[in-house]
Design a protein around this ligand. Structure first.
Ligand code: PMP
Length: 446
């Protein structure tokens, strides 16, 4: 399939032009960056400078879980900034203490003490360091189809091709196969036994296994029910910790508080960001169980940031968690997820280019294929670090022209709307995706 030419002169307004000239776009060839100015965002919709309005069917970067009108959160932030905009991490605020306690309440089992940072990346960095400090071992096993962050530690444990430009990365990172029933030669439960063998062969040198309980940006991969419990057992049999990266799968996205809850598993360490503040403020969090927490009573936690537990960010976090509870948004995500899944099934029936549909709650993926028999993808994994756009990009561009913003990663549309979305809004966005999928259907025949 020939790649679509990127327009030589994309139409940009003055704000967009200035931004393009002076601000780097992320993960991009800069000549291809084409920022769109957003002038308003309300409920599950946002409006761009040209007056177009879109349903946000991916919560921006799978993070605006409360949509764009969570007044309680905006007010908590404004109030905190007026009261005390910043205090150093050795001071505290009421919101920081309460958020720490609330995270202990809503996370599984004995997870009880949190290190705050400002992003998912930093949450993972902290988890890697804590696991190494606690176990006295160095190696981290993670999986190929994964994303854990952009800084050197977190990109080194990331499996997707974005890591390649930063290799060799930090020492002691090892990649394992994934539970990817649609596209891998290994059956998911075989893949987990392979990890058992890897641990055996690595001897007593592995600090932790790090996984997204449900893989997010690498294609919404939902493992079988027995997978995560077995992975925890394997880790513990070999004296390693289980770290669950819940940056994307946390906070109601899956119809449960966390992806780990879907499988009834209590990890030793959990990382969070995104939905933790509904993206109203940048905040990352790494929560550990009480045994790990106790270890640092007599051993230094040699880690910290100026903005660890920033008052405005933790105020947003607390107000966000209260909103999930007061508005029963976790249960709502479950109900709306059922409704969404029925519509996605209808799209799959209708469009031959839909190869597979996967997901739970409001965390769903539509994987496209050129050839359903052979399961040939439209996009290759390497497209993530190459120039130009793919058929899957064109599908989302068309969906956008029909009023819905949908993120896509490699070969999969990532459907993750705010938990506040209504049935009518789902119907509207599904129609837009329906229009987009005609593009991939047509591309199959070329
Ligand atoms: N872990 C996972 C599972 C993620 O999805 C992401 C971001 N998409 C990160 C870590 C990194 O988070 P951030 O972009 O906030 O640094």
């Amino acid at each position: 399939m020939a790649k679509r030419e990127y327009p030589a002169e994309p139409s940009l307004n003055e704000v967009e032009e200035t931004d393009k000239e002076h601000v780097f776009g992320t993960w991009s060839f800069q000549k291809e960056v084409s920022p769109t100015e957003v002038v308003d965002a309300d409920g599950v919709r946002f409006t761009t400078a040209d007056g177009e309005e879109y349903i946000d069917f991916s919560s921006q970067l799978m993070c605006s879980n409360l949509g764009h009108s969570a007044d309680k959160v905006s007010e908590a932030v404004a109030e905190q900034v007026r009261e005390a905009a910043y205090v150093a991490p050795n001071y505290t605020t009421e919101a920081r203490a309460k958020l720490g306690a609330k995270l202990a309440e809503v996370t599984p089992g004995d997870l009880s003490k949190t290190f705050f940072s400002t992003s998912g990346t930093e949450a993972v960095e902290a988890a890697i360091k804590i696991a190494r400090f606690y176990t006295g071992k160095q190696k981290i096993i993670s999986r190929y189809r994964s994303y854990h962050g952009a800084t050197y530690g977190s990109i080194s444990v990331t499996g997707d091709p974005r890591r390649l430009k930063s290799e060799p990365g930090i020492p002691g990172t090892i990649k394992a196969p994934d539970p990817y029933a649609y596209g891998s030669t290994l059956d998911p439960m075989e893949s987990v036994e392979y990890i058992d063998e890897m641990l055996e062969l690595e001897g007593d040198t592995v600090a932790a296994i790090l996984v997204e309980p449900i893989v997010g940006s690498n294609g919404i991969l939902v493992p079988p029910e027995e997978y995560l419990p077995r992975l925890k057992e394997i880790a513990h049999d070999h004296g390693a910790l289980l770290i669950c990266d819940e940056v994307m799968s946390g906070f109601g996205r899956t119809g449960e508080w966390f992806g780990s809850d879907v499988f009834d598993v209590e990890p030793d360490i959990m990382t969070m960001a995104k939905g933790l503040t509904g993206a109203y403020q940048p905040l990352g969090a790494t929560i550990v169980n009480s045994e790990i927490a106790d270890h640092f009573e007599e051993n230094m936690l040699c880690h910290g940031h100026t903005y660890a537990g920033h008052p405005a960010a933790v105020a947003a976090g607390l107000a966000t968690l209260e909103t999930y509870q007061e508005e029963n948004l976790i249960e709502r995500a479950n109900e709306m997820g059922e409704y969404l899944s029925e519509h996605i099934d209808e799209l799959a029936e209708k469009h031959p280019s839909v190869g597979d549909t996967r997901g739970v709650g409001l965390f769903r993926g539509i994987e496209l294929t050129k050839d359903p028999e052979e399961r040939v993808p439209f996009g290759k994994r390497e497209d993530k670090i190459s120039s130009g756009s793919t058929v899957v990009d064109e599908v989302t561009t068309t969906a956008k022209e029909h009023g819905a913003y949908v993120a896509n990663m490699i070969n999969t549309l990532i459907i993750a709307p705010p938990l506040t979305i209504t049935e009518d809004e789902i119907d509207e966005a599904i129609k837009a995706i329906d229009a987009g999928l005609k593009v991939s259907d047509n591309a199959m025949k070329i």
